[in-house]
Design a protein around this ligand. Structure first.
Ligand SMILES: [Zn+2]
Length: 156
């Protein structure tokens, strides 16, 4: 399954690189783009259509005591975990934030003019994750939770 996303011209404020990355435009409830950790891979994720939010939430409750009423910081960390459970693309872990493909800075300026292209982006795949035994799934979400704390993650 793939989804057409609008790509916008983006400039890195640290190294000056000029590139195009997808953006959903205005916030669309339950829709996400996961970005490769090297900045040049993208996956579309529709949390409403997918059972993964609920599945990973329940794993996180068991693994790290994820609360029933999470704070916005905990929700950011939850998104990090859900992105990280998706199948890697070109060997890149997926993250809920964009980075410069040249220097990996997060200091980016997205041009709010017209999109430069419409491109098909694959939907994030969770088949590999769901094929893992339950205990492995638990330890993976626990690891990603830890990683999200180390990265002091904040929204893109
Ligand atoms: Zn850069």
């Amino acid at each position: 399954m793939s989804h057409t996303l609008r790509f916008f011209r983006t400039r890195c404020l640290d190294c000056g690189a000029d590139f195009a990355i997808p953006d959903l435009g205005e916030f669309l409830y339950g829709q996400f783009i996961w970005y490769g950790e090297r900045g040049d891979a993208f996956a579309y994720f529709d949390a409403i259509a997918s059972p993964m939010f609920e599945h990973i939430r329940s794993l996180l409750r068991k693994a790290v005591g994820y609360p029933q009423s999470p704070s916005s910081h905990e929700i950011d960390r939850f998104h990090w975990v859900v992105a990280g459970c998706a199948e890697k693309i070109t060997d890149q872990q997926l993250l809920p934030r964009r980075v410069c493909p040249s220097c990996r800075s997060r200091n980016l300026s997205v041009d709010d003019g017209d999109p430069v292209a419409d491109r098909l982006v694959e939907e994030a795949s969770y088949d590999e994750f769901l094929a893992k035994p339950a205990l492995e799934q638990l330890s993976m979400v626990a690891q990603l939770w830890e990683q999200s704390g180390e990265n002091r993650f904040t929204s893109p």
